[in-house]
Design a protein around this ligand. Sequence first.
Ligand SMILES: *[C@@H]1O[C@H](CO)[C@@H](O)[C@H](O)[C@H]1NC(C)=O
Ligand SMILES: *[C@@H]1O[C@H](CO)[C@@H](O)[C@H](O)[C@H]1NC(C)=O
Ligand SMILES: *[C@@H]1O[C@H](CO)[C@@H](O)[C@H](O)[C@H]1NC(C)=O
Ligand SMILES: *[C@H]1O[C@@H](CO)[C@H](O)[C@@H](O)[C@@H]1NC(C)=O
Length: 611
Amino acid sequence: MFFGTTFSFFPYKYPTQLGTLTTKLTSVLTSPLCLVSMAVSKFLSLGTFITFLCVIINANYGRVEASHRVYPQFQSLSAVSVKQLLRTSYHFQPSKNWINDPNAPMYYNGIYHFFYQYNPKGAVWSNMVWAHSVSKDMINWEALEPAIYPSEHFDINGAWSGSATILPNNKPIILYTGLDHKDRQVQNYAVPANLSDPYLRKWIKPSNNPVVNPGKGVNASAFRDPTTAWWLNGHWRMLVGSKRNHRGIAYLYRSRDFMYWIKAKHPFHSVPYTGMWECPDFYPVLLSGKEGLETSNIQGKPVKHVLKVSLDITRYDYYTVGTYLTAKDRYVPDNTSVDGWAGLRYDYGNFYASKTFFDPAKKRRILWGWVNESDTTEDDVKKGWAGIQAIPRTVWLDPNQRQLMQWPIEELETLRGKNVKMRHQQLKTGDHIEVKGITAAQADVDVTFYIPSLDKAEPFNPSWTNAQELCAKKGAEVQGGVGPFGLLTLASKNLEEYTPVFFRVFKSSKKHVILLCSDATSSSLMDGLYKPSFAGYVNVDLADKRLTLRSLIDHSVVESFGAGGKTCITSRVYPTLAVFENANLYAFNHGTETITVENLNAWSMKKPRMN
Ligand SMILES: *[C@@H]1O[C@H](CO)[C@@H](O)[C@H](O)[C@H]1NC(C)=O
Ligand SMILES: *[C@@H]1O[C@H](CO)[C@@H](O)[C@H](O)[C@H]1NC(C)=O
Ligand SMILES: *[C@@H]1O[C@H](CO)[C@@H](O)[C@H](O)[C@H]1NC(C)=O
Ligand SMILES: *[C@H]1O[C@@H](CO)[C@H](O)[C@@H](O)[C@@H]1NC(C)=O
């Protein structure tokens, strides 16, 4: 009974009526200078100066709320045409319109629930509601009616992101951010109207909301995204993301009954000059093995904790591995984890506002993350859709205890169709060997490369702290010693278009440095797209001289997992020639050292039921 006994008093409330539907149009303006800075991503090397500048600029050009109201009529949506070209097939998305943050993923009585920020009216960010889908395997999805939408004084101007907690006696409860009638960000709760409905279709927002007001000293315009709550020593705890001046903050709140919350004297954690912390996520991980833990279930277990924050300034998700000081109720990152934007990321590409949940059915922790578009807003309006979710990933602690490992949930493999293999294939300098016989635009590729010798690895310059800059400088075409080698995905026949995912191996004084790149520079002949050379370092020793790479290719997304999930990169690309059956897949090597494809498996991927 690690939850204690307080909960028999839990006051579920069932109001008789749901209010009328109103939402307020809101819009995001992002400072052009910061966007440019982010696009070239010079941040990491220029350090806090640009950061500081952007914080200031964002303060002036940040989120601006318009004042007129719209009345979404969910039953009679204006028809939009949805373009199929470049639409993903097995990544989560609704049938049309804009989506962003994953909200309150959870498992309840045999069903996975997934909620997400959704605009029922169009393909741009606006009119946010909580769309709701259900699944038995997190691969095939059925869309339901929106679960939460603006209707009450405490969320009349917006129903923003939040999380689910499963209370004792298996009762789900959602905490979410409402934009109230005064445009303040407040934290509300919602509960299922009927716990016997297997799909939990209807959610109610009791009248004692909001349960958390910003309070004194808290910026009511920067106070959002409550976490899953955890139970310890007689109290629930949860975090809310915020900032004070330029310091990013996760405020800690405690409650005995989930209704009456008190802010802790000290923030749970904060870091100067990191700006607004969105979507904090906090959870335990076992020191060894892949098994996940329920957020409250740590007593007597050998654990570390993970704190993830989404930095609004850089629009990436960063995490640290550290220690939860339960006596002080504070989090301290390990000295091996860099805290801030030089730190570890779940993904070095398009991946934001992520959230994990514990899946009791398979005892694993699963990560959901939003993957935005890299085309323009005008393109999105023409397409009729914008945004997908990354394939759910199982996460666990790397045996080195310094970082996480991530791997697509095993259920994805049920979509694998035709399989082709490549074994012991040598890749000499300049080789492009085609992987023939699968649908290369919609595929799952898993490859093990063998590096016979590391002697030719180029020297690593210690000033190369920014992986993305290094990848931009030394792309797939620049000949190296050991690498670049890897996959050319979504490639047109004559290589007018291709998205290479590849390794380069460098030699430093102590060990080898491995770079993984997913480079969108040559991905499309179309202009006006965001085509970054996304990259991250891979912390592996090459004792066995092998590197593995798995790429999930899905028309306009390439989601890659290096070295068994140590480093992940998701790229959005929009080929014009390399589409459908005109897309090709190659293994390539542009290094002087010959590399062997020891084992490659590629599968055509089937299309699941998708909303
Ligand atoms: C509060 O946050 C908003 C939104 O980021 C920002 O514009 C404003 O300057 C902040 N106010 C203070 C007092 O820091
Ligand atoms: C709750 O859901 C169950 C199962 O779908 C249904 O039989 C029951 O009528 C519902 N109760 C109410 C009050 O709607
Ligand atoms: C980091 O922390 C560990 C114990 O947690 C300690 O043994 C080690 O000396 C620390 N290293 C540095 C550089 O502070
Ligand atoms: C995704 O889109 C690109 C291109 O417009 C932006 O540069 C990123 O900041 C954006 N990412 C998020 C999380 O909004």
